[in-house]
Design a protein around this ligand. Sequence first.
Ligand code: ZN
Ligand code: ZN
Length: 157
Amino acid sequence: MSKPCSKCKGEMSGLVLDPFHGEQDGLRLSVHGMPCLVCGQGHKRFIHIEFAAQLMDLVMSPESYGGIPLALKKGLFKKHYHCPACDKELPESSTGHKAQEIVAELPKAEPFKVMLEVPVLKCGGCGKESIRSIDETAKLAFKAIDQAYRSIDIHPT
Ligand SMILES: [Zn+2]
Ligand SMILES: [Zn+2]
Protein backbone atom coordinates (compact mmCIF):
# COMPACT_ATOMS: atom_id res chain seq x y z
CA MET A 1 0.00 0.00 0.00
CA SER A 2 1.35 3.42 -0.88
CA LYS A 3 0.51 6.41 1.24
CA PRO A 4 -2.67 8.32 0.37
CA CYS A 5 -2.87 11.34 -1.93
CA SER A 6 -1.42 14.46 -0.28
CA LYS A 7 -4.18 16.63 -1.81
CA CYS A 8 -7.38 14.66 -1.25
CA LYS A 9 -6.27 11.72 0.95
CA GLY A 10 -7.61 9.36 -1.69
CA GLU A 11 -6.06 5.97 -2.30
CA MET A 12 -3.22 5.94 -4.84
CA SER A 13 -2.74 3.24 -7.43
CA GLY A 14 -0.16 2.56 -10.13
CA LEU A 15 -0.56 3.97 -13.64
CA VAL A 16 1.60 3.92 -16.76
CA LEU A 17 1.34 7.39 -18.27
CA ASP A 18 0.54 8.24 -21.88
CA PRO A 19 3.41 10.06 -23.59
CA PHE A 20 3.95 13.60 -22.30
CA HIS A 21 6.13 16.37 -23.66
CA GLY A 22 8.34 19.34 -22.87
CA GLU A 23 10.30 21.79 -24.99
CA GLN A 24 13.03 24.37 -24.41
CA ASP A 25 14.71 26.47 -27.11
CA GLY A 26 14.20 23.89 -29.82
CA LEU A 27 15.00 20.82 -27.73
CA ARG A 28 11.90 18.65 -27.68
CA LEU A 29 11.49 15.75 -25.34
CA SER A 30 8.77 13.19 -24.75
CA VAL A 31 8.49 10.57 -22.04
CA HIS A 32 6.88 7.26 -23.02
CA GLY A 33 5.46 4.76 -20.57
CA MET A 34 6.62 6.35 -17.32
CA PRO A 35 5.06 4.76 -14.24
CA CYS A 36 3.44 6.96 -11.61
CA LEU A 37 0.83 6.88 -8.85
CA VAL A 38 -2.60 8.43 -9.26
CA CYS A 39 -5.65 8.88 -7.01
CA GLY A 40 -9.32 8.66 -7.98
CA GLN A 41 -9.39 12.40 -8.64
CA GLY A 42 -6.44 12.26 -11.00
CA HIS A 43 -3.76 13.80 -8.73
CA LYS A 44 -0.40 12.40 -9.83
CA ARG A 45 2.69 11.56 -7.82
CA PHE A 46 6.09 10.16 -8.78
CA ILE A 47 6.51 6.53 -7.71
CA HIS A 48 9.04 7.56 -5.06
CA ILE A 49 10.57 10.75 -3.76
CA GLU A 50 13.89 10.58 -5.69
CA PHE A 51 12.36 9.52 -8.99
CA ALA A 52 11.92 12.96 -10.62
CA ALA A 53 15.54 13.88 -9.89
CA GLN A 54 16.86 10.50 -11.07
CA LEU A 55 15.15 10.95 -14.42
CA MET A 56 16.44 14.53 -14.69
CA ASP A 57 19.99 13.31 -13.99
CA LEU A 58 19.60 10.70 -16.70
CA VAL A 59 18.48 13.13 -19.41
CA MET A 60 21.33 15.49 -18.43
CA SER A 61 24.06 12.83 -18.39
CA PRO A 62 26.75 13.02 -21.10
CA GLU A 63 26.13 9.34 -21.97
CA SER A 64 22.66 10.32 -23.18
CA TYR A 65 24.26 12.40 -25.98
CA GLY A 66 27.20 10.13 -26.73
CA GLY A 67 26.12 9.55 -30.33
CA ILE A 68 26.12 13.21 -31.36
CA PRO A 69 29.38 14.77 -32.61
CA LEU A 70 30.73 17.79 -30.73
CA ALA A 71 31.72 21.00 -32.49
CA LEU A 72 35.25 22.35 -32.04
CA LYS A 73 35.28 25.45 -29.87
CA LYS A 74 37.60 28.24 -30.92
CA GLY A 75 38.37 31.80 -29.89
CA LEU A 76 39.43 33.21 -26.53
CA PHE A 77 36.97 36.04 -26.02
CA LYS A 78 34.29 35.57 -28.63
CA LYS A 79 33.70 31.85 -28.92
CA HIS A 80 32.95 30.36 -32.27
CA TYR A 81 32.30 26.83 -33.29
CA HIS A 82 33.71 24.78 -36.12
CA CYS A 83 32.74 21.54 -37.83
CA PRO A 84 34.51 18.56 -36.20
CA ALA A 85 34.91 16.94 -39.65
CA CYS A 86 36.12 19.72 -41.98
CA ASP A 87 36.79 22.68 -39.63
CA LYS A 88 34.44 25.11 -41.42
CA GLU A 89 32.75 27.63 -39.10
CA LEU A 90 29.24 26.50 -38.12
CA PRO A 91 26.00 28.53 -38.32
CA GLU A 92 25.11 30.50 -35.18
CA SER A 93 21.73 28.91 -34.60
CA SER A 94 20.41 25.42 -35.02
CA THR A 95 19.57 24.14 -38.48
CA GLY A 96 17.73 20.95 -37.63
CA HIS A 97 17.23 18.19 -35.10
CA LYS A 98 18.74 14.84 -34.33
CA ALA A 99 16.62 12.17 -32.67
CA GLN A 100 18.01 10.50 -29.55
CA GLU A 101 16.38 7.75 -27.58
CA ILE A 102 17.18 7.11 -23.93
CA VAL A 103 16.08 3.95 -22.18
CA ALA A 104 15.39 4.83 -18.56
CA GLU A 105 16.23 1.95 -16.25
CA LEU A 106 15.63 3.49 -12.86
CA PRO A 107 15.36 1.80 -9.46
CA LYS A 108 11.92 0.41 -8.60
CA ALA A 109 10.49 1.03 -12.09
CA GLU A 110 9.97 -0.95 -15.28
CA PRO A 111 12.18 0.43 -18.07
CA PHE A 112 10.59 3.20 -20.14
CA LYS A 113 11.73 5.58 -22.88
CA VAL A 114 12.60 9.22 -23.29
CA MET A 115 12.70 10.45 -26.88
CA LEU A 116 14.60 13.64 -27.61
CA GLU A 117 14.85 15.93 -30.61
CA VAL A 118 18.15 17.69 -30.08
CA PRO A 119 18.84 20.92 -31.99
CA VAL A 120 22.00 20.55 -34.10
CA LEU A 121 24.18 22.73 -36.31
CA LYS A 122 24.66 21.49 -39.84
CA CYS A 123 27.98 22.26 -41.49
CA GLY A 124 27.58 24.25 -44.70
CA GLY A 125 30.72 22.58 -46.07
CA CYS A 126 30.39 18.84 -45.53
CA GLY A 127 26.88 18.48 -44.07
CA LYS A 128 27.95 16.91 -40.78
CA GLU A 129 25.68 17.75 -37.83
CA SER A 130 27.02 18.54 -34.36
CA ILE A 131 26.11 20.23 -31.09
CA ARG A 132 28.10 23.06 -29.49
CA SER A 133 28.54 21.29 -26.15
CA ILE A 134 27.06 18.57 -23.98
CA ASP A 135 26.63 21.18 -21.24
CA GLU A 136 24.48 23.43 -23.38
CA THR A 137 22.32 20.54 -24.58
CA ALA A 138 21.99 19.11 -21.05
CA LYS A 139 20.77 22.49 -19.73
CA LEU A 140 18.05 22.55 -22.39
CA ALA A 141 17.10 18.97 -21.53
CA PHE A 142 16.85 19.89 -17.84
CA LYS A 143 14.40 22.70 -18.59
CA ALA A 144 12.48 20.60 -21.11
CA ILE A 145 11.89 17.76 -18.66
CA ASP A 146 10.88 20.20 -15.94
CA GLN A 147 8.26 21.55 -18.34
CA ALA A 148 7.16 18.02 -19.19
CA TYR A 149 6.55 17.34 -15.47
CA ARG A 150 4.55 20.56 -15.18
CA SER A 151 2.49 19.70 -18.24
CA ILE A 152 1.02 16.65 -16.49
CA ASP A 153 0.93 18.28 -13.02
CA ILE A 154 2.91 15.56 -11.25
CA HIS A 155 4.50 16.05 -7.82
CA PRO A 156 7.10 14.29 -5.64
CA THR A 157 4.81 14.00 -2.60
ZN1 ZN B 1 -5.99 13.12 -4.87
ZN1 ZN C 1 32.04 20.15 -42.14
